[in-house]
Design a protein around this ligand. Structure first.
Ligand code: FES
Length: 577
């Protein structure tokens, strides 16, 4: 096994030399109760912990980090726990997405500025996975991703409850008058019964599966429920493994390649992934120097069936069932040759070696390619005069009657305006309308909030409708469902064609042919554009100001323009003086 010489370790540059500066480094380490035996000849491993008392999905990280440290010590490394900002999806406003790139920057710089040789990244709640991975990729040290694991199934009054998906479903029923206040409060207490991330195949489960598909997790790590004792053992194994990775100098550029990105996309499509995955996949791939476009994603989607029968794309099951059925290794084994089995992973073995012994214990939860939940990829990329740079829809989780649709637009310029439409039992809207929310994109939201699963209008709920075509430049939660067209690019706030639509314009959706158009001529659009006035930016100072100056559109992954690979790769190591 290749063994990197200790004097080439980054930490050795801080602690090794016999000079005044290193005297300071060593004496301050000793101030913390450490002695030479703790660091001499050993890799220093940063454990980036996203624990916070406002982050319910990561509550167990306070306990779990002890297992990571134990593993690092077992393997002869020196663990150092470093807190980083936690991206709690529910409590953080205006949206965790506003801060994804900020955390990516924090991760990159915290690794660069400190005497560390490798890292374990502890994340799981939606944006935490891409944020941690993007930052660590840009820094380039060996790292391993430790997923938080899904929470237990929800339960109330004998009913199994799924994160998000059942909240939307029962909220519609409550608004239709079918659920009492007491029942609603019972659902509130039963839908999230343990720590861990959302247990549907929402953004969190999708992103941790993608991290494993990229080769960044130990095999099977992403499927272990957070409260399962296997999660503790996996945490210790991450600690042991990262020490070996540092000695082997197994850097992320050897793992994240064109092949592993294609594997991750295939895995995502087979899980019936969250629409958010599209944005994060593009951002992570671009940080890694691997070009990935919406068209690439659509092409893989068209040939990859959904085989994870997990809600919301699947019908009956949740992540706990997925784990008992064999988890992600079993799903990857079903995908077989659709994956590049020679791709390298953090385990030091290839994908093929990792999944060779995987078993599918429940063929209804993890289907075969011959018996999929949904025959074609769960996501479709649409283009047309309404979305020249693309839009996304999830056909696997919507009423199939909307695969082709033509209907008049009903336009809301803001969420407040939208609410006045959806809460009005007399609103002038029909099930054929296309309900549009604009100014909810990366700049308009700001931060592209998850407003894209626009609630069904009260009037239509009362008439018995539960789905209609909705359209926005926002994102939607990965646990959402419905005929919701999302991520329209360019967004309305920067003058995309969406800004020019008026109530009553005819919108045409053709998912089989991947088209999204407004029935207006180029001349009509150009005429309206002359009268369009750009809205005032949301921020004039601070992080928000920087965000608005540099955020890219959804089809580019919503990264900052100055964090592209060519910039990140040229950042020098800090001087030790
Ligand atoms: Fe954290 Fe859903 S709220 S994963």
């Amino acid at each position: 096994m290749h063994k990197k010489p200790y004097d080439q370790f980054r930490s050795a540059r801080w602690f090794g030399p016999d000079d005044l500066r290193s005297f300071g480094h060593r004496s301050r380490a000793m101030q913390m109760g450490l002695s030479r035996e703790d660091w001499e000849g050993k890799p220093v491993i940063a454990i980036l912990n996203t624990w916070s008392e406002l982050q319910p999905c990561h509550m167990h990280f306070k306990d779990r980090v002890a297992f990571v440290k134990k593993g690092v010590l077992q393997a002869g490394g020196m663990p150092v726990e470093i807190p980083v900002h936690s991206l709690g999806e529910q409590l953080l406003k205006p949206t965790a997405m506003l801060y994804r790139n900020m955390v990516a920057m924090e991760v990159e710089e915290v690794l660069r500025a400190n005497p560390v040789d490798g890292a374990v990244l502890m994340g799981g709640c939606d944006k935490s996975t891409p944020a941690l991975v993007m930052g660590a990729v840009s820094m380039g040290l060996p790292f391993i991703y430790l997923p938080a694991g899904p929470m237990l199934r929800g339960n109330y009054a004998g009913k199994v409850l799924g994160s998000g998906a059942d909240a939307w479903k029962y909220w519609d029923e409550r608004r239709a008058g079918h659920i009492s206040k007491e029942e609603w409060q019972g659902l509130e207490g039963g839908i999230a019964r343990s720590y861990g991330h959302c247990m549907t195949m929402g953004t969190a489960s999708t992103m941790t599966a993608i991290a494993e598909g990229l080769g960044l997790c130990l095999p099977g790590a992403s499927s272990i429920p957070a409260p399962d004792v296997n999660h503790q053992r996996m945490s210790a194994a991450c600690g042991r493994r990262i020490v070996d990775m540092v000695w082997q100098d197994l850097t992320p550029d050897q793992i994240i390649t064109q092949s592993s990105v294609a594997n991750a996309v295939t895995v995502a499509m087979a899980t019936g992934c969250s629409t958010n995955a599209i944005i994060h996949l593009i951002a992570m791939a671009r940080r890694s120097g691997v070009p990935l476009t919406l068209d690439d994603l659509d092409a893989i989607g068209r040939t990859t069936p959904v085989i994870a029968n997990i809600r919301p794309s699947g019908k009956d099951y949740l992540m706990e069932d997925f784990f008992y059925a064999g988890g992600l290794p079993a799903l990857m084994k079903e995908l077989g040759d659709k994956l590049d089995l020679d791709a390298m992973t953090v385990s030091g073995r290839t994908v093929g070696q990792n999944i060779a012994g995987a078993t599918n214990y429940n063929s209804d939860v993890i289907r075969s390619l011959r018996n999929p939940v949904y025959g074609e990829g769960s996501l479709a990329v649409l283009k047309g005069n309404l979305a020249p740079d693309g839009a996304v829809i999830k056909p696997a989780a919507m009423d199939a009657k909307f695969m082709t649709h033509r209907g008049p637009a009903m336009v809301a310029n803001s969420y407040a305006e939208l609410k006045s439409i959806i809460d009005d039992p007399q609103a002038d809207i029909t099930a054929d309308h296309v309900l549009i929310l604009r100014n909810a994109g990366p700049q308009g939201g700001p931060g592209m909030p998850e407003w894209g699963m626009i609630p069904m209008p009260q009037k239509l709920l009362n008439e018995g409708h539960r789905d209609m075509v909705r359209l926005s430049d926002a994102r939607m939660s990965g646990t959402s469902y419905g005929a919701c067209i999302l991520h329209v690019a360019p967004e309305a706030f920067v003058g995309g064609p969406l800004a020019l639509i008026e109530t009553g314009d005819m919108i045409s959706l053709d998912i089989p042919n991947r088209r999204l158009d407004v029935e207006l001529t180029e001349e009509q659009l150009a005429k309206r554009r002359q009268n369009w006035v750009p809205p005032k930016p949301h921020y004039e100072r601070g992080y928000g100001w920087m965000f608005l100056k540099h955020i890219e559109q959804a089809d580019k992954g919503c990264d900052f323009d100055f964090l592209r690979t060519e910039f990140g790769a040229s950042v020098p190591e800090p001087e030790i003086n």
